[in-house]
Design a protein around this ligand. Sequence first.
Ligand code: FAD
Length: 484
Amino acid sequence: MSQPRTRIVILGGGPGGYEAALVAAQLGAQVTVVDSDGLGGACVLTDCVPSKTLIATSGTMSVLDGSADLGIRLAVEKALAGSQPASAAGQAGAGRPGRPRLATVDAPRLYARVKALARAQSADVALRLAAEGVEVISGRGHLAGPHTVVAGEREIGADAVLIATGALPRVLPGAEPDGERILNWRQLYDLAELPPELIVVGSGVTGAEFASAYQALGSQVTLVSSRQRVLPQEDADAAAVVEDVFRRRGMTVLGRSRAAGVKRTGDRVVVTLEDGRTVHGSHCLLTVGMVPATRGLGLEEAGVALDGHGFVQVDRVSRTSARGVYAAGDCTGVMMLASVAAMQGRIAMWHTLGEAVQPIRLGHVAATIFTDPEIATVGVTAEGVEAGEPDAMVVKLPLATNARAKMQGFRDGFVKLFARRGTGIVLGGVVVAPRASELILGVSLAVEQSLTVDQMAHTFAVYPSLSGSLTEAARRLMRPSDIN
Ligand SMILES: Cc1cc2nc3c(=O)[nH]c(=O)nc-3n(C[C@H](O)[C@H](O)[C@H](O)COP(=O)(O)OP(=O)(O)OC[C@H]3O[C@@H](n4cnc5c(N)ncnc54)[C@H](O)[C@@H]3O)c2cc1C
C-alpha cells in the first residue's frame, strides 16, 4: 500500500516559497502555494529583478560615457555637437562632469522594459510550478493553527507549513511616499520621466545601487547618508572606492546627515535633515530598510515566535518555534537576499521530508552590491580579521595595475583575499570591479571547498584577465616553504 503524500502549504510565492515548492514537489509531496501579489514575489516583480534590469541600462550608459577614452567616436556625435547643448534632456551634471552625454535615456521605454521583463520572469516561475504539479492559489492566506492555512473560502490542511511572506519597505514617519515625487523603490517604474534631481535617502545597499544607477542614467543625484560613509555595513575599503567614484561623477554625497522628514512643494521636494539643513530636488527616493510582512498571519496564535521587530525566529534548518511550521526569506530577517531565501526554503523542505540536510552556512554566502563598480564579498570580513577573529592573513591588490583593467579603461577597484594563518585556507574575499558579481565565484568555491592559497595560486587564470589578480593575490599569501 502506498504512503499518503505529505501535504505542504507555502504562504508566499517569492524565492523562499517557490524554490521550496519545487524541492517538495520533486520529493513527491502534495504542494500548495498561496500567493497574494504574483509568483516570483517582490524579488521578481518589484525589487531584485527590476532593479538589476534598470542597472543593465545604467551600466550601458556608463560604458557609453567612457567610450571616447577607448577611441570611439559615435556616428551621431558630430551632429549632436552641432545641434544640442551639452545639458540636453536634463543631463546637466550627470555622467562625467564637464563632458556632454553621448546618449540620453528614454525613461518610459526603460520602465516598460523593466516591468515586461519582471512579468515574463514571473510567468516563467508559474510555468515551472505548474509543470511540477504545484497548486497555486492567488490571494492572501493566514494560519488558523499550525496545520491549517486559510485562503479566501478555502481551509487547507497541512502536514507542514512554510511561511515565506517577505518584507515591505519601511516608512519613515514624516516622509510618507505619495507615489509621484516621494517614492519607495517599488514606485519608481511608474514614473513618466527620469527624475531630473533625485535625492536618495539612505546609503545602504539599496540606496547606493539606485544612486549609482540614476547618476549614470542622467539624473543629478544627492545621496543622504545618516552615517559617516556610504555602505556602512560593507568592507570599508570597498565603500571608500565606491564613494570616491560617486563624487567624481558629480554626485553630492551628504555624510552624517539623518533625514527628519520629506515634504512635497508642488513639483519639488524638500528633505529636512535633523540638524535643520534642507536639500531640494525634483524627486525623493526613500531606501530606509524593510519591515517583515508578518502581521495578521495568525503566527503568534499558532505558536510561532517573532522577535522584537516582528521577524519570524528560525533555526539553521528553518524551523520556527511551532512544530511543523517553517519560515524562509525576508520574513525571517536572516540575510535579506534572494539566494538565502531560496536556500532556507529548500532546507525547510529537505528537513520536513526526511532528506539529509545541512544547516544553512551564512558565513559562506556570496553577495554583491550592484553599484558601478560592483562590490562582491564572501566569507570573513576585514573588520573581523582586524579584531583577530579569525586569525587571518590579508592581501589587497589594486586593479589599476591589472593589464585587462587598463585595456578596458577602468582603474577603480581591487581584490582582497583572506586566508587562515598557518594553514593558508581561503576564508573570504572582496572584489571591487565591473562584474565583480561574476568574479567572486572563484573565491566562493575556494571558501566552500576549504581550498588553500597554494591551490588557488596553482590554478591557471587566463592572461589577461581580472581573475588573474585573484590568483596573484593567492600567490602573495603563499608561505615561503610553498614557493621554494
Ligand atoms: C531594491 C532591491 C534589490 C534587491 N536586489 C537583490 C539582488 O540583487 N540579489 C539578491 O539576492 N537579493 C536582492 N534583494 C533582496 C531580495 O529581493 C529578497 O531577499 C527576496 O525577495 C526575498 O524573498 P522572499 O521569498 O522572502 O520574499 P518576497 O520575494 O518578498 O516574496 C514574498 C511573497 O509573499 C507574498 N505574500 C505576503 N504576504 C502574503 C500572504 N499573507 N498570503 C499570501 N502571500 C503573501 C508577497 O506578495 C510576495 O509575493 C533586493 C531587494 C531590494 C529591495
